[in-house]
Ligand binder design. Structure first.
Ligand code: DAH
Length: 339
């Protein structure tokens, strides 16, 4: 019986070394340790042993069983780890390809447009700056010349983490962060996600994207702003695109303007898309307010600059004739496959 037990041990270990899956391992366990298993039948046969032999064989049988159980348990852990690793490997997303829709080789329309916008400004020598989504009240409002109780806060209601910490309502706070840390000349765009407590409908979403632009140097004028925006509009919407500035108020720029572009559908004649206006508003802009420059330690007697902020969803919807903002966030493949 001793030989039989040793034989079982050696055979089981050989088989164990060749096991490749959990199912196979369980079969092996049943074959040896199960009710009708090889080791179990040997143990059952111990009744016929003499009184001297029984404890010796019994001890050996227990040792073989314990050894087998431990080896099977260890093999099981190894197999589970191996399978988990393989699964994780298969689930890997290539983060060096932002915006690529997995398995489609395409980009999300918002990423496509954002990349085009970035290309235009990088081509003009702008750098890209980023700031946090969770922002201090100071950067999102105060430093942009929007004190507490200023009515401009009403139209940009947001989600508050604490009294003075909130989800940024605009990318303009990145202007402040950059100006605090860098002396002019400054030439940046800041793409990013922004938040407002707006109900979802065809043209509103509590989360959307903006690209902020900021240029500060000696002798920067409104003419530079207009030229830059003209070039931007033509690059994104085509050579025939015109822009129009309407006087407006933003607390952080003076003078300020809302900027329209000639309708991408009718070219300015008037149609359903532009509500017969011939123009569509796409961004806000202006000359940086001296108070904002001074708050960042930049001498407004020496330096001047312009800033603008545009909505990426608005531009994307225009470029691709998308009439419902929600389509951009629902990520229905039937929609995404069209790009
Ligand atoms: N932050 C403004 C908004 O969200 C957009 C904007 C307007 C940004 C004028 C600017 C600017 O930098 O100069 O409504």
């Amino acid at each position: 019986m001793k030989e039989q037990l040793n034989g079982i041990k050696i055979k089981a270990e050989q088989e164990l070394a060749a096991v490749a899956g959990l199912k196979e391992l369980e079969d092996l366990r049943v074959n040896y340790l199960g009710k009708k298993g090889e080791l179990t039948s040997v143990l059952r046969g111990m009744g016929g042993l003499s009184a001297e032999e029984r404890p010796i064989i019994g001890q050996l049988a227990n040792e073989v069983r314990n050894l087998l159980e431990a080896s099977i348990e260890q093999a099981k852990t190894e197999l589970i780890n191996k399978e988990r690793e393989a699964r994780l490997k298969a689930e890997v997303i290539d983060v060096t390809m932002p915006g690529k829709i997995q398995g489609m080789g395409r980009r999300h329309p918002l990423s496509m447009v954002l990349n085009q916008i970035k290309d235009v400004f990088i081509g003009l020598g702008y750098e890209i700056a980023e700031g946090p989504d969770v922002e201090l009240d100071y950067y999102n409002f105060e430093a942009l010349n929007i004190p507490k109780d200023h009515p401009a806060r009403d139209v940009q209601d947001t989600f508050y983490i604490k009294d003075n910490i909130l989800l940024r309502t605009q990318t303009s706070p990145v202007q402040i962060r950059v100006m605090e840390n860098k002396k002019p000349p400054i030439k940046i765009i800041c793409p990013g996600r922004v938040y407002r407590s707006d109900a979802v409908d065809a043209t509103h979403s509590p989360i959307f994207h903006q690209v902020e632009g900021l240029v500060i140097d000696r002798g920067v004028t409104m003419g530079d702003l207009v030229g830059t925006l003209q070039l931007f509009a033509k690059s994104i919407f085509g050579e025939d695109t015109k822009i129009r500035l309407r006087p407006h108020h933003f607390p952080f720029t003076e003078p300020s303007a809302e900027v329209d572009i000639s309708c991408w559908t009718c070219g300015g004649k008037g149609c359903r898309v532009c509500k017969n206006e011939g123009w569509i508003e796409i961004l806000g802009a202006g000359m940086v307010h001296p108070k904002v420059l001074e708050a960042c330690g930049i001498d407004s007697e020496v330096y001047s600059g312009f800033a603008f902020g545009l909505g990426v969803e608005r531009v994307t919807m225009g470029k691709f004739y998308i009439d419902d903002l929600r389509l951009l966030f629902e990520n229905d493949l039937r929609f995404l496959k069209q790009f």
